[in-house]
Design a binder for this molecule. Structure first.
Ligand code: PLP
Length: 389
């Protein structure tokens, strides 16, 4: 037996364990202080009523002989694929049903898709970004190169024609920066990918937070994207499915063999998302479901606005928040990410996520999220204002 030596090349991630350790130590020493956590990347509002009703109904169906279901189609039930298809139609993106694959969330498929690509591909990843893109490729032994996101390009880097890449990751709206590309910028990426004969892996996990109708929520709103892109999306942040698990991946047939390869990969290694969960997911796309989830998303967006307005009034540079649950700020007084983390915990009892945990360009920056309660967000911002206002 020989192990996959590539695992030794993974950078250890101490980010969330270090945060937890520091917070635990602080609360043990300061039991009377109320610590507010704005670091979490998980939703806090419960599933909406349309979803829980659909889940209950599906559970009952499973307990009755006539409506019981065993193995389902690996690519997802048609009722859900059709709901996703109609969702795209609303954005003027026409997809065929067999271009839509129901998944148990974006993370799994972002990793699984790499089965389709040779080890001998160069992977282009923005820095900073969601760490899964880098780690899944390091595990497979692929070469990773970076495109710098920074204050100068407002954390929306564009391609450098002199850099050769085969697999390109784009996450918009972005985790951790919250920055969202416009159509022209994405067109530049699509044109670049086509000129390189490369594929774009587009992560749209936060598309539902886009507030401006003119900003793209799908890469397929961009001309030519079906020839060069695969899209990953998720109901995790859209509808509070982080624990329920459902998402979808779009592999256009215009990509040729890749659509068929993905069918083969999924039918070989995946047995589908539970029927019950898919019925809950279907309800997200119903009229009632859409109304209810938008209320939840607006709740988070209001928190984001409170954070962004406070930072603005304190003169703290930041991006994100408008089209995203994430606000990405420059640490005041040129502090590095971890110094600012300690300073904020000590002086305001507010916890965020040090930007350094998302790549070298993240150092000196800090991520706050709008997934907390309205009350906690307001209280945390009051403390910010006192400290920096
Ligand atoms: N993509 C991005 C950019 C994320 O931030 C996350 C989760 O935080 C995911 C994908 C994973 O989503 P899922 O819960 O659908 O696996």
């Amino acid at each position: 037996m020989k192990i996959n030596e590539n695992y030794a090349n993974l950078e250890q991630s101490y980010l969330f364990s270090t945060i937890a350790k520091k917070v635990n130590e602080y609360t043990a020493q300061n039991p009377d202080k109320k610590v507010i956590k704005l670091g979490i990347g998980d939703v806090t509002l419960p599933l909406c009523k349309a979803v829980t009703e659909a889940l209950h109904k599906a559970v009952d169906e499973m307990g009755v002989q006539a409506t019981f279901r065993g193995y389902g189609p690996e690519q997802g039930y048609d009722f859900l694929r059709k709901a996703v298809q109609e969702y795209y139609t609303k954005r003027n993106v026409e997809l065929e049903l067999d271009e839509i694959f129901i998944s148990d969330g974006a993370k799994s498929d972002l990793g699984n898709i790499l089965d389709l690509f040779s080890k001998d591909n160069t992977v282009l990843v923005p820095d900073p970004v969601y760490p899964v893109y880098v780690d899944t490729n390091v595990m497979a032994g692929r070469k990773v190169v970076y495109v710098d996101a920074n204050g100068e390009n407002e954390f929306l880097p564009l391609p450098d024609k002199n850099v050769q890449a085969d697999i390109i990751y784009i996450c918009s709206p972005n985790n951790p920066t919250g920055a969202a590309y416009n159509k022209e910028q994405l067109q530049t990426w699509v044109d670049y990918a086509k000129s390189m004969n490369a594929i774009i892996l587009f992560d749209a996990a936060y598309e539902c937070f886009v507030s401006d109708e003119n900003l793209p929520r799908s890469i397929f709103e961009i001309e030519g994207a079906k020839d060069c892109a695969i899209e990953f999306c998720s109901l995790s942040k859209t509808a509070g499915f982080t624990g329920t698990r459902c998402g979808y991946t779009v592999v256009p047939k215009a990509l040729g063999v890749l659509n068929k390869m993905w069918v083969r990969r999924q039918t070989t290694k995946f047995n589908g998302v539970p029927y019950i969960v898919q019925r809950g997911a279907e309800a997200v796309f119903s009229e009632e479901g859409q109304k209810e989830i938008i209320e939840n998303i607006n709740y988070y967006k209001e928190n984001a606005k409170v954070i962004s307005d406070t930072l603005k009034s304190c003169g703290i540079w930041h991006v994100g928040g408008k089209h995203s649950p994430y606000i990405w700020l420059k640490c005041p007084n040129d502090m590095d990410s971890w110094t600012f983390f300690d300073y904020l915990l000590e002086n305001a009892q507010v916890v965020g996520t040090p930007g350094a945990g998302f790549g070298k360009n993240g150092d000196g920056y800090f991520r706050l999220t709008s997934f907390g309660s309205k009350e906690n967000t307001a209280e945390a911002m009051k403390r910010f204002k006192k400290l920096f206002g």
